[in-house]
Design a binder for this molecule. Structure first.
Ligand code: NAP
Length: 318
């Protein structure tokens, strides 16, 4: 199948492209960050007029996975109009164009659509209640996509892995700082279910291969605080966990409100796929193996040199 991926320079988009190309033809859509990637790259800025039709005319894909978004929560608070366009309106336009052309569409959403007040695991049937601009616009995107294309997959995710810049994900934050012997804070009051990004990618490909549609949670099976996540990373990488201070997110000075409990079940996904979701420790092992094998340096080689004065609004763990 021909798989088109928007946001191919992003953490998920790049991992999905590299995973997807093992069995499918991949075309990544990029605004100009990628060079010498091992898959075809189509240059497009989704904010440009006619970008979507022109991209689909050129690529003629069977499947489109939209990994493009404004993912930095603080930037979304600062630029709510841009967040709305990128996280809601463009996904709607992509879904509409795909439905019209018979292209299977996957839209990536977030676990953060929930307010975190529920004590049990969140299911796909639970009512979202977003707390900030990022999560509100992501939820709006889910709804617009589902209206435009009833066959679309909408996947709520949260993942860790190695990114093009080497600084995007929470996992990289801990590895980079602890390796440099720096003290960092780890939030004890944000619980989430991280999954290794290559596992997210292979699950997305499997969902497309199986012809699934509708709303799914794709997260890890083990809930932990961001502090615990840092400790797990430190232990795996042989770094000093004592450099991580347990702190409340309320003392962080971050402006965007964050949900305290993002424990989501993946029961629906594992049932419909007929397979177990890979567990956190397997993902952490693979994250570490990639590190040992020089994967972070390898993917950094796919990056175009950027002028130093250019401002990057996308950087920052979602
Ligand atoms: N990271 C997480 O754990 C997490 C958690 C929950 C949900 N998610 C969701 O997962 C998806 C992927 O997240 P990520 O962390 O991989 O994102 P990311 O690394 O921030 O990547 C975002 C991508 O969107 C692209 N993009 C932004 N504006 C664009 C435009 N105008 N035209 C074309 N492309 C544009 C970026 O391109 P440039 O590189 O050119 O800026 C980049 O490739 C997002 O929908 C996000 O909301 C992620």
């Amino acid at each position: 199948m021909k798989l088109l991926i928007t946001g191919a320079s992003g953490l998920l988009g790049l991992s999905l492209a590299l995973e997807g190309m093992r069995a499918h033809e991949v075309i990544g859509v990029d605004r100009g960050k990628l060079k010498s990637a091992p898959f075809a790259v189509l240059k497009a800025d989704l904010l440009r007029r006619n970008a979507i039709d022109s991209m689909l005319d050129q690529a003629q894909p069977d499947w489109l996975v939209n990994c493009a978004a404004l993912t930095n929560l603080e930037v979304c608070e600062e630029y709510p109009d841009l967040a709305r366009v990128l996280n809601a309106e463009i996904p709607g336009e992509l879904a509409y164009a795909c439905a019209k052309r018979g292209i299977r569409f996957v839209h990536i959403s977030t676990d953060a659509v929930f307010d975190g007040e529920k004590t049990e695991l969140y299911t796909e049937a639970d009512q979202p209640n977003p707390l900030g601009v990022y999560s509100q616009t992501k939820l709006d995107g889910e709804r617009i996509v589902q209206e435009a294309d009833s066959k679309a997959i909408v996947a709520r995710v949260n993942f860790f892995g190695w990114s093009l810049s080497g600084k995007h994900s929470l996992g990289e934050f801990f590895v980079n700082n602890l390796s440099a012997g720096k003290y960092v804070n780890g939030f004890t009051d944000i619980i989430f279910c991280p999954i290794f990004v290559y596992h997210t990618a292979s699950l997305l490909v499997a969902m497309l291969e199986k012809g699934l549609c509708g709303l799914y949670h794709i997260v890890g099976g083990q809930a932990m605080s961001k502090y615990q996540f840092g400790v797990e990373i430190a232990r795996k990488f042989g770094l000093q966990e004592g450099l991580i201070s347990p702190k409340s997110v309320l003392s962080s000075g971050l402006t965007a409100r964050r949900s305290h409990n993002l424990r989501l079940t993946t029961h629906k996904l594992s049932t419909d796929l007929g397979r177990e979701i890979p567990n956190f420790s397997t993902g952490l092992d693979e994250f570490y193996t990639q590190y040992q094998q020089g994967y972070p340096q390898k993917i950094r080689g796919y990056q175009q040199e950027l002028p130093t004065e250019s401002k990057d609004l996308s950087t920052g763990a979602a």
